[in-house]
Ligand binder design. Structure first.
Ligand code: C5J
Length: 221
């Protein structure tokens, strides 16, 4: 066991039971022409975290620790897309529509892919999820249980939507959750700050937050 410098207090990492989970680092959220931009967001903030996400992934790989990736996406026939999700708001492109990088957020389309710099390697688990949370309608829970994972380090997009939702799902299922601050981002800086504050408030009510350097130093010690 090793303590990671974290907020609101040290996170005691159990190195045999910890995994990194990288949430939705997909072209559709990070690149012009994708889903994120179709919702009116400025996507330029998102790509700035790629170097920090990359070094976190590489640190886990170097330490021989599991890296799990998630992708928000739907089946081509949209059978896993509730109308309430597809029809909400007034995006320029809806999920399933043809966009410049293929059909928006549809499994197998080039825009739905994970950014090439952060692509999964070898036998890393990739969870395709139709919801914001990675436990909903996926086999993530069984995979973690089988591998004896009880602690999750979180990175990815977006802090207050899919990252926070998955952290809350994980926390309720008994996982200890640590968010890597520089390796997550939102289209709205104030939402990122608020999500970080909410997560670690009230004695880590959802989980801990820590700097990438502190996490890497601990897992590579
Ligand atoms: C959103 C996500 N924001 N991955 N998805 O719709 O956070």
């Amino acid at each position: 066991m090793i303590d990671i410098n974290a907020e609101p207090f040290a996170f005691t990492a159990k190195i045999d039971h910890i995994a990194l989970i990288v949430i939705d680092m997909q072209r559709d959220f990070a690149e012009p022409g994708g889903f994120g931009e179709s919702l009116g967001n400025d996507v330029s903030r998102i790509t700035k975290i790629v170097p920090d996400v990359k070094r976190l992934i590489e640190g886990f790989r170097k330490a021989g620790l599991p890296v799990i990736h998630t992708m928000e996406c739907h089946r081509p026939d949209l059978s896993d897309l509730p109308p309430a999700k597809r029809d909400r708001g007034n995006p320029s492109l809806r999920i399933g529509d043809d966009g410049p990088m293929g059909r928006i957020l549809i499994a197998g389309e080039s825009g739905t892919a994970i950014l090439p710099e952060l692509a999964p390697i070898n036998d890393e688990v990739v969870i395709e999820k139709p919801g914001k949370g990675a436990f909903y309608a996926t086999d993530l829970g069984e995979i973690l249980q089988k591998r004896g994972i009880t602690q999750l380090v979180f990175a990815g997009l977006t802090t207050e939507v899919c990252v926070q939702t998955t952290m809350r799902e994980a926390n309720d299922r008994g996982y200890e959750c640590l968010l890597a601050e520089e390796a997550t981002e939102s289209y709205f800086p104030e939402f990122k700050a608020a999500a970080i504050a909410m997560i670690r408030a009230q004695g880590a009510i959802v989980g801990w937050t820590a700097h990438v350097d502190d996490i890497l130093e601990a897992i590579n010690a």
